[in-house]
Design a protein around this ligand. Structure first.
Ligand SMILES: O=C([C@H](O)CO)[C@H](O)[C@H](O)COP(=O)(O)O
Length: 210
C-alpha cells in the first residue's frame, strides 16, 4: 500500500488549477512542482489549499539554502510537505525539518544528484527527516536514467522512514515501485500527458493502494 502524488508541473496558474480539479479526487497528494512554484509563488499554494481540503499538498521547493526561512511561510500557508535538496548543507536540511515540526508537518529530502544516497539517507534520517525522496529528475530521465536501483538501495536500509519515488513512474511501473518499498508514488507526465488525466490518476492510485 502506497499513497499517490500527482506532480503539477505546468507554469500556467489557471491550467494548474484546472488540472488539479480533474485529478484531486483520484490522488492522495497534490504536488506543486518546482517550475510551477517558482513561476506562480505562494498564492498558488493558498488557492490549492482552499480548493482541495481533502488532499495533502507537497511544495517542491528544492531548497538549497536558508532552509527554515524559505520553508516556514509555505508550511504556514498550508503545505503538508516541503522539499529540501539532499545536496544542500545539513544545516539547511535541519532548518526545513525544524519548520516542519513547528507546524506538525513533514520535510522531504530529495536525493537528486546526491553521490552517496545510502550515506545521505542515514544522515538525514538521523536528523529527523520525515520522507526520503528517490528522484530521477526530468533531465536525468531524458538521459535514460530511472529510480529503481536507488529505491532498492534506500528501501534495503529499513530505517522506517517514508520513501517517495519520482521519475517517470507510470501505471506499468507503479506496482514495481510499490512492492520495492515506496510509501509515496509520484506521477507527473503519466497523468498530465494522458488523454484522460483523471482516469490515469485513478488507475495509478488503484495500483498504489492495492
Ligand atoms: O520533480 C519533478 C521535476 O524535478 C520538476 O519539478 C517532477 O515533478 C517529477 O519528476 C515527477 O514527474 P514525472 O517524472 O513526469 O513523473
Amino acid at each position: 500500500m502506497a499513497l499517490t502524488q500527482m506532480a503539477l508541473d505546468s507554469l500556467d496558474f489557471d491550467a494548474t488549477i484546472a488540472l488539479a480539479e480533474k485529478v484531486a479526487p483520484h490522488v492522495d497528494i497534490l504536488e506543486i512542482g518546482t517550475p510551477c512554484i517558482k513561476h506562480n509563488g505562494i498564492k498558488l499554494l493558498e488557492t490549492l489549499r482552499a480548493k482541495f481540503p481533502n488532499n495533502k499538498i507537497l511544495v517542491d521547493l528544492k531548497t538549497m539554502d536558508a532552509g527554515e526561512y524559505e520553508s516556514e511561510p509555505f508550511y504556514k500557508a498550508g503545505a503538508d510537505i516541503c522539499v529540501v535538496l539532499g545536496v544542500s548543507d545539513i544545516g539547511t536540511i535541519k532548518g526545513v525539518i525544524k519548520a516542519a515540526n513547528k507546524y506538525g508537518k513533514k520535510a522531504q529530502v530529495d536525493l537528486i544528484s546526491v553521490e552517496d544516497k545510502v550515506a545521505k539517507t542515514k544522515e538525514v534520517a538521523a536528523a529527523g527527516a520525515h520522507i526520503i525522496g528517490i528522484h530521477t529528475g526530468l533531465d536525468q530521465q531524458a538521459a535514460g536514467q530511472t529510480p529503481f536501483a536507488d529505491l532498492a538501495a534506500v528501501a534495503g536500509l529499513n530505517l522506517g522512514v517514508e520513501i517517495s519515488v519520482a521519475g517517470g513512474v507510470k501505471a506499468a511501473t507503479a506496482g514495481q515501485v510499490r512492492d520495492a518499498g515506496a510509501t509515496i508514488i509520484v506521477a507527473g507526465a503519466a497523468i498530465y500527458g494522458a488523454a484522460d488525466p483523471a482516469a490515469a490518476a485513478a488507475e495509478i492510485t488503484a495500483i498504489a493502494h492495492a
